[in-house]
Ligand binder design. Structure first.
Ligand code: ADP
Ligand code: ZN
Length: 817
């Protein structure tokens, strides 16, 4: 009998790939174990075992696998089932879902680049022969490809060796090479608690009288401690005692000294006593009871609670109950809100049971969370993470919380799988028979629609915790202010007045501007020319700090020129304004106060964002200027005033969700004001003070906004009334994109008639040298989604059969929120 195995490869293949295996291998391998397989001419991939069977593939001669990498599966059955749902629903390959799910360290492949971990001292003698050869090669070269390792070791089967060395932390994988901002890990030591008492200490010194060097180290530690009562670095200790690090290490291994890190680079629970869960207010408690009673017969409930109503504390109570039943909890957040603020808040309650899964964490850290979940360690009882955390190996979920459920960033755009984390989480919860709570102060129209139609439970909190009043929101008419010359730069007299009052009272201020950079457009006042990105169809943005012009789509940059490229005159002027310009103006208006800026430019690196937040929390910054990064669920205690510099560029954005989004964004920014006891003040500067959305934001009229926006969605056939599938065509040749998308649209129209829109160029039609054109397929409620997708796939297959069209990239985006 012949045995074969279908594997999932981490690449976009439509079908599983089949290999030949022996009977013994067939006996041993279980679905979800990793196997190393050859693919193509000379590539090696880590694949996941999918199905074992006896049917040879018909189209090709199957190769044999290289080897089996695991003793037990590294994914769970439910997880695989969920992956299959994602692949199927979002029309991508299982391999693409696998790629998005597994941390890189778990999918070594021939293209993977390895390098030495410089932070670790390796004892050559302890290395096995193969390990030594790799290690030695890395003394001469900073990095190696897996292919290089194959030739160094002169054998094909190298992945287990590398896997072992990565696990021992001797090697780093490719991506770690980019972690340049890694703060230095400072090692500290202290005497182990066991020797705290006088007698124990004396005993220790007696024992060490036979190890004089070690005794010397312990005594030095005391001297240092006596000199100044501060934490003691390992380096200080070796210097003071004259002992080598090996001796200190020996003491640590004997548990005489305890090693710890003060600035560790992963979020680590510091081991303080757990705080008690806060007693809920009466209103919060009612909400909690309502949520639980909704969960009796509905798996999804929406918690619509105004900003600072204390939603997080309600989540904490729900989590606590799940843990008591031994269930796992997943807490999903938009990437940027994953700050130490919330992590610390949860760790204070739940200590080590909290694991954080974050794309900015290194691959090794992510593997740790993965393994803890897989082995059901109590350390990973609660996982907090951004959208990809929902692809982890959960075995027994009891509850999923999707906080800030309206956030657009829950939808992945590129690469595939283009999944919506909230929607995929609802499916995941169903597989686990778990409950799922969506929380937001400004729910998405989708979720609120489902809630009022009875599909989801609905619980509303209309007051802030502690009965703090909702902020007082004032609209400032910019046209009027300019006319009456009441503007200084981009600041109205009202904004300056309120800022002065807040600063005089020692309160903090947040200023929101949607654009980063100094000014979005540079224009020649003589000929009207403005410098364009050579790769994209956009104007370049001026960044004063580096005196550069930058493209916000592809990162292209060039030095700012003095003369216009077109007419040569020295008459370049800037138009519009971004965060950088606002920061400059604040410095001039309030020279005695500290101002800082939070946007993509100032928060790069693993800790950029956290640092700014900490500085602001600790009062080292008086005025924080920023983009939407500022809005995401942050809880500052001392912010009195929020200024929205210009509401109009939000409202005028060409998208059917622009108004919904503007409402959400402005309400969320406004919600940062006055969260503790003083009522907050919000000023919104605009040319359209009578705009419905602004009126609604100013009186917190969510339901009115909902009703009005839903009317538009009914009338114009948009979600949540119709579903959308967006099909994007990409190619560097303008004509090709036109021809291909026209052909596709024509075929679609034969099936879907008037429910096909486009093809149309998006507002920015060329990005990174590729032209983009979109077709939108609208799907009425009574039309089967599956049948629609089948029809699209059929057209896609005929499309691919046309030789000319094949090089055009076609991207399918389901539920293009
Ligand atoms: P939301 O998530 O709805 O924006 P939070 O949960 O962040 O609101 O609560 C706002 C503030 O009120 C936080 O500083 C929080 O610590 C405090 N708070 C909320 N509920 C309670 C409670 N029951 N007891 C004490 N403080 C609370
Ligand atoms: Zn560009």
């Amino acid at each position: 009998m012949n045995y074969f195995i279908d594997v999932i490869l981490p690449i976009p293949l439509q079908k599983a790939f089949t290999y030949h295996i022996t009977e013994a291998e067939a006996d041993f391998i279980k679905t979800g174990m990793r196997v190393a397989v050859p693919f193509g001419k000379n590539k090696i991939y880590t694949a996941l075992a999918y199905k074992i069977h006896n049917n040879p593939p018909t189209a090709y001669e199957p190769k044999t696998i290289h080897q089996i990498l695991d003793d037990t599966p590294i994914i769970t059955e439910l997880q695989l089932k969920h992956w299959e749902w994602i692949a199927n629903y979002y029309m991508c390959s299982l391999g693409e879902v696998m790629r998005a799910s597994l941390p890189n360290a778990l999918i070594l492949e021939s293209e993977t680049i390895i390098s030495r971990n410089e932070n670790i001292t390796v004892n050559d003698v302890e290395l096995k022969d193969d390990e030594f050869l790799i290690f030695e090669a890395l003394q001469y070269q900073s990095s190696l490809k897996i292919q290089d390792v194959i030739s160094i070791l002169d054998k094909k089967r190298v992945l287990p060796v590398i896997k072992g060395m990565v696990e021992k932390n001797i090697l780093h994988l490719h991506e770690e090479l980019y972690e340049k901002y890694r703060p230095k890990l400072v090692r500290y030591v202290k005497l182990d608690d066991a020797f705290k008492s006088e007698t124990k200490l004396q005993e220790l010194l007696d024992i060490l009288s036979r190890a004089l060097k070690q005794r010397e180290v312990v005594l030095s530690l005391f001297t240092l401690q006596a000199q100044n009562n501060k934490p003691i670095k390992v380096s200080e200790l070796t210097k003071a005692s004259g002992a080598s690090t090996a001796i200190v290490k020996a003491l640590i291994e004997k548990s005489i000294l305890e090693e710890y890190h003060i600035q560790t680079d992963r979020v680590q629970y510091k081991g303080e006593d757990n705080s008690e869960v806060k007693a809920l207010s009466e209103v919060q408690n009612e909400a909690l009871i309502a949520i639980e009673s909704n969960f009796q017969d509905k798996s999804v409930t929406l918690l619509h609670g105004v900003t600072s109503s204390g939603k997080t504390e309600i989540y904490v109570n729900l989590i606590k109950k799940q843990l008591e039943q031994g269930k796992q909890v997943l807490y999903l957040l938009p990437e940027i809100a994953l700050t130490t603020q919330l992590v610390e808040r949860l760790q204070n309650y739940f200590g080590e049971q909290v694991s954080v899964f974050h794309s900015r964490y290194s691959s090794n850290e992510r593997v740790e969370v993965w393994n803890n979940l897989l082995t059901q360690k109590s350390k990973a009882q609660i996982v907090i993470g951004a959208r990809s955390a929902l692809l982890l190996p959960f075995s027994d979920l009891g509850l999923i919380i999707v906080d800030e459920e309206h956030e657009q960033s829950f939808k992945q755009f590129d690469p595939a799988p283009r999944y919506h984390a909230r929607d995929a989480a609802i499916v995941l919860a169903n597989y686990h028979k778990a409950k799922i709570l969506l929380g937001s102060a400004t729910p998405s129209l989708e979720s609120y629609f489902n809630a009022i139609n009875g599909k989801y439970g609905l619980v509303e909190l209309t007051t802030r915790y502690n009965n703090v009043l909702m902020p007082d929101i004032e609209l400032v008419d910019l046209a009027d202010k300019y006319k009456r010359k009441r503007m200084k730069g981009h600041f109205s007299d009202r904004l300056i007045e309120e800022m002065t009052v807040a600063l005089d009272d020692g309160q903090q201020i947040i200023l929101f501007q949607n654009r980063r950079g100094f000014s979005p457009i540079v224009e020649c006042v003589t000929c009207g020319h403005s410098p364009q990105c050579p790769n994209c169809d956009v104007s370049l943005t001026y960044h004063q700090f580096r005196n550069q012009l930058r493209c916000h789509y592809c990162g292209y940059n060039s030095a700012m020129m003095n003369n216009c490229e077109a007419c040569g005159n020295a008459s370049l002027d800037t138009k519009g304004f971004g965060t950088e310009q606002i920061e400059e103006e604040v410095k001039v208006l309030f020279p005695d106060h500290k101002v800082a800026r939070m946007d993509l430019d100032t928060t790069r690196g693993k800790f950029g964002f956290e640092k700014l937040i900490n500085n602001f929390e600790q009062g080292e910054i008086d005025v924080l200027v920023g983009t939407q990064m500022l809005t995401k669920g942050l809880d500052f205690r001392n912010v009195k005033l929020v200024g929205i510099m210009n509401a109009d560029n939000l409202l005028n954005f060409p998208d059917f969700r622009a108004h919904e989004r503007s409402y959400q964004l402005m309400s969320q920014v406004a919600g940062r004001a006055g969260r503790t006891d003083l009522r907050g003040k919000v000023l919104i500067q605009t040319y359209n003070p009578h705009h419905n959305i602004l009126q609604q934001v100013s009186v917190n009229a969510y339901k009115e906004m909902f009703k009005e926006q839903m009317n538009d969605r009914y009338n114009y056939h948009y979600p949540p009334i119709y579903r959308l599938i967006k099909i994007t065509f990409k190619h560097k040749d303008y004509n090709k994109v036109n021809l291909a998308s026209d052909w596709f649209a024509k075929s679609l129209r034969q099936v879907f008639k008037a429910n096909v829109l486009g093809p149309e160029f998006p507002p920015i039609s060329r990005i990174r040298n590729l032209y983009n054109k979109n077709i939108l397929v609208k799907i009425p409620q009574n039309q089967s989604l599956n049948k629609t997708k089948e029809a699209i796939m059929k057209i896609h297959n005929s499309f691919n059969a046309v030789k000319d069209f094949r090089p055009v990239r076609v991207i399918l985006n389901i539920d293009n929120y």
